[in-house]
Design a protein around this ligand. Structure first.
Ligand code: CP3
Length: 342
């Protein structure tokens, strides 16, 4: 289907744009009262994720209410470990929790590389419904967690400040670690390809915990598998967001992907120099800027846009929008991007 607004696609491909496209990581859910209303009528987060019609509805809310230039499918990176054999729960005010984790090679061998069309059909159905309802207004972004980030949850069984159990596994049992990362990678490639077949116009790989690894570990256990994913996906533009991996920007720039996401600690001009001219950059306003007043949000957004330049940039925050940010502040950021003249 032809897109009415294809700014994000053109920016990803390095083509000229009239203005910078803008969307926000974690725009679906978290901040909109209209999301909370649907969410509160259900048993929990999982029911929403697993009900395609409702997942499609909350995916489109930010397009209607905030005016973003892309939708991101409402789902979670944790559907992948679940489809491989480790079910998760989303505990209110606490976050994800896995009853079973990976501790031994037997645990790794027991995991399956699922038939994604069967095990993850609810995500693919949500994508099909969303594409239909968007009717070409804006592109739809599909996504998955990067192998290292999924590995962390599989070992730890929940969030962590240090992810020391997951890091310990890399140091103490590299063989098991590689075997597990390989299995996650194989699943992720199948899953992203299925999302694209279902209608995703762009895909993003979230490596949320990249920044807790050393440079050496990230090359060996992180980027290696992200590279396999990038090399396998040629159908649509692909974005890699490795949060905190400032030390690996040069290697990220060598990936076979279109776009690199920057967090707010990554200096824009330095990142451009390290990553090179052939990638689109996405980001990277500090999410906390949206706690300041409207004028400051506009000023900071303008400064950011000036540094990135007109082409090869997709405006976004440097990480997901925080749950207690007022939608008016988000709209202020979006409007500042839309009205900026380079
Ligand atoms: O971007 C979007 O809005 C689309 C949907 C989306 C969700 N999770 C919905 C969600 C996306 C892209 C994600 C990705 C995700 N999930 C990441 C990578 C991105 C990042 O922020 O670094 C990670 C690490 C997770 C794992 C996860 N899911 C955690 C740690 C939590 C609990 C805390 C939190 O972030 O809210 C979730 C729950 C979750 N995923 C919610 C939403 C809307 C909140 C659940 C609720 O409604 O109660």
């Amino acid at each position: 289907m032809k897109l009415d607004n294809d700014l994000l696609i053109r920016a990803s491909e390095g083509k000229d744009v009239e203005r910078t496209p803008v969307w926000l990581m974690r725009q679906a859910g978290r901040i909109l009262p209209q999301y909370r209303a649907i969410r509160n009528s259900l048993s929990g987060f999982k029911e929403l994720v697993e009900t395609p019609e409702l997942a499609a509805e909350v995916t489109i809310q930010p397009v209607d209410i905030l005016g973003v230039d892309a939708a991101i499918i409402f789902s979670d990176i944790l559907v992948v470990p679940e489809a491989m054999g480790l079910p998760y729960q989303m505990i209110e005010k606490k976050g994800p929790w896995f009853e079973n984790t990976i501790q031994s090679i037997k645990d790794v061998n027991d995991l399956v590389i699922p038939d994604v069309n069967d095990q993850l059909s609810y995500v693919l159905d949500a994508i099909k419904i969303t594409k239909n309802e968007l009717d070409g207004r804006v592109p739809l972004i599909g996504f998955a967690g990067a192998p290292w980030t999924i590995f962390s949850y599989m070992i730890e069984g929940q969030g962590s400040k240090t992810f020391s159990k997951a890091k310990k596994m890399l140091y103490s049992n590299p063989e098991l670690s590689h075997k597990l990362l390989q299995k996650i990678t194989a699943t992720t490639i199948k899953y992203l390809k299925a999302q694209i077949k279902a209608g995703a116009d762009v895909v993003q790989v979230f490596d949320s915990w990249a920044g807790i690894l050393s440079h050496q570990q990230y090359l060996e256990f992180g980027i290696k598998y992200v590279k396999e994913i990038c090399d396998a996906i040629n159908e649509v533009p692909i974005t890699v967001f490795s949060k905190g991996a400032y030390f690996a920007r040069k290697e990220l720039g060598e990936l076979n992907c279109n776009t690199i996401g920057l967090d707010w600690n990554m200096d824009i001009l330095e990142s451009r120099a390290l990553i090179g001219q052939n990638k689109t950059l996405q980001g990277n306003l500090d999410p906390c800027v949206l706690y300041s007043d409207f004028k400051s949000i506009e000023n900071q957004t303008n400064q950011m846009l000036c540094k990135f330049g007109k082409n090869r940039h997709i405006a976004n925050l440097g990480h997901g929008v925080y749950p207690d940010i007022s939608p008016d502040k988000v709209i202020c950021f979006i409007e500042a991007v839309k009205s900026y003249e380079h």
